[in-house]
Design a binder for this molecule. Structure first.
Ligand SMILES: C[S@@+](CC[C@H](N)C(=O)[O-])C[C@H]1O[C@@H](n2cnc3c(N)ncnc32)[C@H](O)[C@@H]1O
Length: 224
């Protein structure tokens, strides 16, 4: 492999492969993306379990997981909620979520569909709880997208945003530049609070596990 043409070809191929793999984290496709969605289930499990430990899910709740990836959070919600919905704009994530929740879907307790957070395919005031795990920083218009979630929440219903990629997090110096390449927004805890308030939420609460570098932000839809 000494020819400069072959070397250039090799580096171009490696760059294309790296770009393709990086893209799978943001929007998993039907092929390699399914594997990435499955890997996300594993890598976000501890973070999600920690966040759920802070959450009181009302009995008989109807819940939605936005950017549901491999579908583990849907499964976890379905253990406590009566009806659970999941949406994701990536075909690979929807396929993986279907596979992970096959039995619950057949029983009519879980519903997964392909949709963007920009336009949720649900009527107003439907959900008691909406979760968004490691996805909000990819959304095109976070404030407008959170308003769209507000529309589908019942009055007093809560949105919980969970991430380990935020300004000031323990791994920020390492993770920040990579997430920047993915076009991800970089918010601090205070930025999250301001965003929730600007989008119309109230009762905003922030839980942080500084040792692990995790944050969970919740806010409620006003009752009047
Ligand atoms: C890093 S993964 C996290 C998946 C899952 N929530 C988890 O915790 O493992 C981000 C997910 O958000 C989805 N996503 C990103 N932007 C989205 C948007 N605008 N609308 C719907 N889903 C989106 C991606 O397709 C991907 O499945």
């Amino acid at each position: 492999m000494h020819s400069p043409y072959l070397l250039a070809l090799r580096y171009s191929a490696e760059l294309c492969l790296a770009a393709y793999l990086i893209r799978q984290v943001k929007k998993p496709d039907r092929f390699a993306g399914r594997l990435f969605a499955w890997l996300m289930n594993r890598s976000h499990a501890a973070l999600t379990d920690w966040a759920f430990a802070q959450l009181k899910i009302p009995g008989g709740a109807t819940a939605l997981d936005v950017g549901c990836g491999g579908g583990r959070t849907i499964h976890k919600l379905a253990e406590q909620a009566i009806q659970t919905y999941g949406i994701d704009y990536a075909p690979g994530s929807v396929a993986a979520s279907h596979a992970d929740n096959k039995r619950l879907i057949a029983e009519g307790r879980v519903h997964v569909e392909r949709a963007s957070v920009s336009r949720l395919p649900f009527t107003d005031n439907k959900f008691d709880l909406v979760t968004a795990i490691e996805t909000q920083y990819y959304w095109p218009h976070p404030q407008g997208n959170m308003r769209e979630i507000l529309r589908v929440l019942k009055p007093s219903g809560r949105l919980m945003v969970v991430t380990e990629s935020y300004k000031g997090a323990r791994h920020d110096a390492l993770l920040g530049p990579v997430m920047k390449q993915l076009g991800s927004s970089r918010l601090s805890g205070d930025d999250h609070r301001a965003l929730f308030l600007a989008a119309g939420y109230e009762g905003v609460e922030i839980a942080e596990n500084r040792r692990r570098g995790w944050i969970a932000v919740t806010g409620a839809k006003p009752t009047a």
